[in-house]
Design a protein around this ligand. Structure first.
Ligand SMILES: NC(=O)c1ccc[n+]([C@@H]2O[C@H](COP(=O)([O-])OP(=O)(O)OC[C@H]3O[C@@H](n4cnc5c(N)ncnc54)[C@H](OP(=O)(O)O)[C@@H]3O)[C@@H](O)[C@H]2O)c1
Length: 359
């Protein structure tokens, strides 16, 4: 039987996540890169924006929204990857889906922006302070990391994001296995690509390189997304206290989650080996999650779709550490993993390249 070829469309043009999507799709045996939407550079060569991808992009050019809408309507089916900014993405995807529905064609969307992560527009608007771009479409999306939900119950998926992927991978087993009281303290560190391509004072790499600092402590917009997603997949409503940090590297996320272990009457709290064993069982069969006693490093996973986890205990305190690549597992790779599943492909298709080691 020949492998299916499914046209892939990328929204988010010249952005970092778009670039990582293009890199992964170029090596994917089933998704065929067919159109890339750029708001600012339609008609320009894609290789001009992503010089490292020139060998696989040929003479492909960015397309306008009108061209992408016409393209999607002309294809019997397509895999649409959303990597536009939040606040833009929902209306853009709504316009594309409306056109696809009118043409009677089949599409799955995985959106990497925050626009479809919330269960309703009110919850989204409380955090983002602007009206949701397509409130009627929210119910068509499920937000989860693939490791926590065997099958999406909806046509489309919302990727939880980079900090959230690492935090959820570390937290959900603690909650779902009833190992901890539901108050979690999270310290997360991100590389500078987490802030996107446009240099902005405060998030620009030269400002961050060689420095290390916390920002938006206990007030980051991803905290309610993490809490909602963790509750939906674990069944436990937990209180997350999240302090993000800027790390002096370009790509990668490092998260440490601390919590208080529950103990049975008269019994000691579980030790490190017991918690590690519980995590190994929880992620058994998950091809991209590795649980080990050794402390994970960002470079173990940088530029890959893999996540590494470790756990230690001391008395009733447990600390779980997780590393992922923000642009790959935390964005483009996690989206391809979900899209594989939505099209009934093996979930690891096109994603098994190991980390770069030195980035
Ligand atoms: N960076 C990460 O580590 C990361 C991780 C997880 C999730 N995310 C999310 O993924 C999305 C993309 O992030 P990013 O880091 O790639 O950001 P980015 O580098 O700033 O890229 C976003 C791109 O969106 C396009 N865009 C801007 N305005 C647009 C509009 N009005 N209509 C259509 N396209 C527009 C721009 O490209 P054109 O002008 O060429 O269209 C821009 O380069 C965001 O929603 C972000 O929150 C990012």
């Amino acid at each position: 039987m020949t492998a299916p070829h499914i046209p892939a469309i990328v929204l988010g043009g010249t952005g970092y996540v778009s670039g990582e999507l293009l890199r992964l799709l170029a090596a994917h045996p089933n998704f065929v890169l067919t159109g890339i939407l750029s708001d600012s550079q339609p008609g320009e060569p894609v290789a001009k924006a992503f010089r490292h991808l020139a060998p696989v992009l040929g003479d492909m050019v960015f397309r306008s929204q009108a061209e992408i809408e016409a393209l999607v309507a002309s294809l019997p089916r397509s895999a649409i990857f959303g990597a536009a900014p939040h606040g833009v993405s929902a209306a853009l995807i709504d316009a594309l889906l409306t056109r696809a529905e009118a043409a009677g064609v089949d599409t799955h969307v995985v959106d990497i922006s925050a626009d479809f992560r919330y269960p309703n527009a009110t919850a989204y608007e409380a955090v983002y302070k602007h009206p949701h771009g397509a409130p009627g479409r929210i119910g068509e999306f499920t937000c989860a990391v693939p490791e926590h939900l065997a099958r999406a119950p909806t046509q489309h998926v919302a990727h939880p994001g980079c900090f959230s992927t690492a935090t959820l991978l570390a937290s959900v087993p603690l909650l779902a296995l009833d190992l901890v009281t539901p108050t979690l303290f999270v310290a997360g560190v991100t590389g500078s690509t987490g802030s996107g391509r446009k240099p902005v004072e405060g998030t620009h790499h030269p400002q961050r390189h060689g420095d290390f600092y916390a920002y938006n402590a206990l007030a980051h917009r991803h905290t309610p997304e993490i809490a909602a997603c963790a509750a939906a997949v674990s069944g436990v409503t937990a209180d997350f206290s999240f302090v993000p940090h800027s790390g002096p590297f370009a790509r990668g996320i490092h998260v440490t989650v601390q919590a208080t272990l529950k103990t049975a009457a008269g019994k000691a709290a579980p030790d490190s080996a017991t918690v590690l064993g519980a995590f190994r069982d929880f992620y058994r069969g998950a091809p991209f999650v590795d649980v080990a006693a050794e402390t994970p490093h960002v470079k173990d996973v940088a530029a890959s779709n893999y996540a590494r986890l470790s756990a230690s205990t001391n008395g009733r305190t447990v600390a779980v550490t997780c590393v992922v690549d923000n642009l790959n597992k935390g964005a483009a790779g996690g989206a391809v993993q979900w899209m594989n599943r939505l099209f009934d492909l093996p979930e690891s298709t096109g994603l098994t390249a190991p980390a770069a080691g030195w980035t």
